[in-house]
Design a binder for this molecule. Sequence first.
Ligand SMILES: C[S@@+](CC[C@H](N)C(=O)[O-])C[C@H]1O[C@@H](n2cnc3c(N)ncnc32)[C@H](O)[C@@H]1O
Length: 218
Amino acid sequence: MSAQHDIAAETELWDTYAASAFKDDAEPSFCWSQYAGHGPGPELLGDPRSVLEVGCGTGRALVYLAQRGVAARGVDLSPVMVRKTTTRWGGTGAEFVCSEVLRYLSENEETYDAVYSMFGAAWFTDPSSLFPLVRQRLEPGGVFVFSQPPAIPGAYGPQGMYKGGFAGKAMFTYRYSYRPAVWERLLTRAGFLTADAQVLDAPHPGHIGTLLVRAVAP
Ligand SMILES: C[S@@+](CC[C@H](N)C(=O)[O-])C[C@H]1O[C@@H](n2cnc3c(N)ncnc32)[C@H](O)[C@@H]1O
């Protein structure tokens, strides 16, 4: 049986996350990895005039780009998070939209030079639904870049994940994990011209690395 997403329940889960993850005093920053200042930066996006971040969460990366003159839009499932980011970052030029990513990409035909996700919606959405839609919303030669933790060996496909411990209300979502070669195959099957997936080592031996995936539209 495959994953059974319940978007209303996932929204509640991410609203709970937003309440703890959003810090009023956090500054804009752009980092693909979970280790501050580690690994490549925005250059993976090329030199975009417009970007869409899917699952933009706290909005720090989006604001970093907006402050450098990029037309920056983010979409996030959590109304709580989008209220917080809109209040905190209003006036920076970054735009925050509350929507489920598949719905947003299906209903809005605007195109972008780059679409990206940092431990965001590309991790929590079935790639067979997401990738063709991202592809459609990219300008010719546009890039799709995402990062997330690498798969745990032997644990591939949708992974169920409880939020907030194992006692109390059952809140869960799914995240998607594959080997790098499989990510590449999923992307080229969705119509991308090239796809490159690699695992960036952590700054300390034995710590969790970062899966970094970059695909280019025809
Ligand atoms: C782990 S957070 C990380 C986000 C961001 N990189 C940050 O630094 O805050 C994942 C975000 O993805 C959003 N998200 C999860 N599933 C989504 C979906 N199907 N559509 C849109 N956003 C989604 C969540 O609401 C959450 O804010």
